[in-house]
Design a protein around this ligand. Structure first.
Ligand code: ZN
Length: 139
């Protein structure tokens, strides 16, 4: 991670509009630290190119760790994790009616929510606080 230049880090953060690319939390409203993560991990030959880098809160990054697949809780079958550059967010996720929870609408969406804990208690609570002030979802 140390070898990613400050310029590339800035590019990745700006491209993500300073939101975690997994659950769209905004860095300025998150108690979490944010990090530059490898979509395909370094140990699986993922490169440091911006196409393979994502802006992510540290909790998402830690839960994802080196995984590229996870179990879809609906079918129990392995599914590829949502790929930030190749997949369309709207094909895999939607917000619950009250906007507080992410709902997986594909095997990859469900597997990603499960693996990255995208409905962990603290982020659901944070969404609930941001909704009435119009700050969630961010776009
Ligand atoms: Zn996150």
């Amino acid at each position: 991670m140390g070898k990613i230049s400050k310029k590339i880090r800035q590019l990745v953060a700006d491209r993500a509009e300073h939101c975690c690319e997994y659950w769209l939390s905004q860095a300025k409203f998150s108690p979490d630290y944010f990090s530059i993560e490898h979509i395909i991990p370094s140990i699986k030959q993922g490169v440091d190119h911006p196409d393979n880098l994502a802006y992510s809160c540290l909790s998402c990054n830690n839960h994802k760790f080196t995984a590229t697949f996870a179990l879809d809780p609906l079918t129990g079958l392995a599914a590829p994790l949502y790929h930030l550059r190749q997949d369309n967010w709207n094909v895999h996720f939607r917000w619950s009616d009250d906007l507080a929870e992410l709902v997986g609408i594909s095997p990859s969406g469900r597997a990603t929510i499960e693996r990255l804990h995208l409905n962990r208690e603290n982020v659901v609570n944070l969404r609930r606080l941001l909704i009435p002030i119009g700050k969630h979802p961010p776009y």
